[in-house]
Design a binder for this molecule. Structure first.
Ligand code: PGA
Length: 252
């Protein structure tokens, strides 16, 4: 693993102002683990309030539009995320790809918009269960990486990749350590091809049913630079247990 482990909470469409108390508790806990980089992507409605409520952790968006502004009812641009105090945005989450029909070309345009707005971007990739069963997981993910990532080598230091097998998201099922290792090694090789030396430092997160019980094992897999956490990021207790697992043995 290069750099500090990176643990990102994706709150999805969960949380009203009442849940800011959890964010504050996560912030206090994260302050005790300086060896771990911690972030939360709340719903847009909480972004500004959360950014003001926390000190240690980063706050970001779960999506952004590819354009900077304009007549796009209901959408939010990367510049708006930045203006609200966000320092990163997640793009290409499988729920956006499947429920909103986002192609890798759209995901790439959004990632480029985030970089152009001066913030970081987490680009998600991952195969469905049918694709894995058809032995196509590596090909599918390689295609998503090739088509979803911006090509800007100068900005590559602001890119993170999250490998999230669709069948592991919210299901309680996780791939074996060996399967995660194979996929992350492949993604790493592709990143080096795309970005040269900088590609060796791009963090590759694992996501999909990460919880306090399996975090240590998943985070110990080669080339896993952190985790993208959905359900278990909604409570400070479970999310901080994952942060602690990332800090490594001997931390409490
Ligand atoms: P999960 O979600 O941890 O609830 O499986 C992960 C994600 O969708 O990023």
């Amino acid at each position: 693993m290069t750099g500090r482990p990176y643990i990102v909470g994706n709150w999805k469409m969960n949380g009203t102002r009442a849940l800011l108390a959890e964010a504050r508790a996560i912030d206090r806990g994260a302050a005790r683990q300086p060896g771990v980089r911690v972030a939360i992507a709340p719903p847009f409605t909480l972004l500004g309030a959360m950014a003001e409520a926390v000190q240690e952790i980063a706050v970001g968006g779960q999506d952004c539009h590819a354009k900077a502004f304009g007549a796009f009812t209901g959408d939010v641009s990367a510049a708006m995320v930045a203006d609200a105090g966000g320092t990163f945005v997640i793009v290409g989450h499988s729920e956006r790809r499947s429920l909103h029909g986002e192609t890798s070309a759209i995901v790439r345009a959004k990632a480029e918009a985030a970089l152009a707005a001066g913030i970081e971007v987490i680009v998600c990739v991952g195969e469905t269960e049918a694709e894995r069963n058809a032995d196509a997981a590596e090909t599918i993910v390689a295609g998503q990486v090739a088509e979803s990532l911006p090509r800007d080598v100068e900005a590559a230091a602001r890119i993170t990749v999250a490998y999230e097998p669709v069948w592991a998201i919210g299901t309680g099922r996780v791939p074996s350590g060996d399967d995660v290792a194979v996929m992350h090694a492949r993604i790493r090789a592709q990143l080096v091809e795309l970005f040269g030396e900088t590609g060796a430092d791009v963090a590759i997160l694992y996501g999909g049913s990460v919880n306090p019980g399996n975090a240590s094992e998943l985070l110990s897999v080669a080339e896993v630079g952190g985790a993208l956490v959905g359900g278990a990021s909604l409570s400070a207790e479970s999310f901080l247990a994952i942060v602690l697992a990332a800090a490594g043995p001997g931390e409490e």
